[in-house]
Design a protein around this ligand. Structure first.
Ligand code: IPE
Ligand code: IPE
Ligand code: MG
Length: 246
């Protein structure tokens, strides 16, 4: 039986987040420049976004560029930014056709103006789409997001707009970049690394984690179905006993 047929479509993770890793190693293995690995990775993004829309996953969040990635060689950063612009230009049609809304999280103003302008354009043009919310994490750092949140809330406390005893999870949620997104259900990382690399630390509190050796440019819809199947065979207890959740 095909993997898709084995999926329980009424129990899909509502929000899948992916740390897309391994582009560089994929290129190296083939004797290619790292940049070709990133191009291969962009192809994977297209396939995974389309299949998520097809099977009706509601939220897909992709870690595309971390704050720490600014420390890579300038040439690689420049090429990544160029790839981002060309992908956005190319994919706008597909996003519209598939009713996909693009949003971003991260310090978008720190991106080159050409990139942030292109992003704002696609975000604006797709804002009324409703089938799938595709979130790109760009110049994103979870700790930076938390610091920003704490600063904003502190300022509100100082100005008597909120009292400290009223600070709860929802107040924090409402100040994060992800304020309009639900918690992550399934976090996937490709390439064999088993770490979080400063991604969505607050939002993955109860996510199921899935690590695969597959390098991101080789990842395809079958790999995604395998990850979802694995997720569906887990019992999410949220602190309760197995008997309670059955
Ligand atoms: C992920 O692939 C893409 C980005 C971080 C932008 P890498 O470029 O990290 O690939 P590896 O880890 O070097 O193989
Ligand atoms: C994490 O990948 C960031 C993205 C996938 C965009 P890295 O390859 O930069 O992570 P580390 O530095 O190896 O943990
Ligand atoms: Mg990497």
């Amino acid at each position: 039986m095909s993997l898709l047929k084995q999926l329980n479509l009424s129990n899909l993770p509502n929000h899948i987040a992916i740390i897309m890793d391994g582009n560089g190693r994929w290129a190296k293995k083939k004797g290619l420049l790292r940049n070709l690995g990133h191009q291969g990775g962009a192809k994977t993004v297209r396939e995974i976004v389309e299949v998520c829309a097809e099977i009706n996953v509601k939220y897909l969040t992709l870690y595309a560029f971390s704050t720490e990635n600014w420390n890579r060689p300038k040439l690689e950063v420049d090429l990544l930014m160029k790839l981002l612009i060309s992908s956005l230009k190319k994919e706008l049609k597909t996003l519209q056709k598939n009713n996909i809304k693009l949003v971003t999280i991260g310090n978008i103003d720190s991106l080159p103006t050409k990139v942030s302008a292109e992003l704002k354009d696609v975000v604006e043009k797709t804002k009324n789409n409703s089938r799938l919310t595709l979130t790109l994490a760009l110049s994103y750092s979870s700790r930076e997001e938390l610091i920003k949140t704490i600063k904003e809330i502190s300022l509100k406390v100082k100005n008597n707009l909120i009292s400290p005893e009223n600070i709860d999870e929802s107040v924090i949620n409402n100040h994060l970049y992800t304020r309009n997104l639900p918690d992550v259900d399934l976090l996937i990382r490709t390439s064999g690394e088993q770490r979080i690399s400063n991604f969505l630390l607050w939002q993955i509190a109860y996510a199921e984690l899935y690590f695969t050796e597959t390098l991101w440019p080789d990842f395809n819809k079958e790999n995604l179905f395998k990850a979802i199947l694995n997720y569906q065979n887990r019992e999410r207890r949220f602190g309760k006993t197995s008997e309670q959740v059955k």
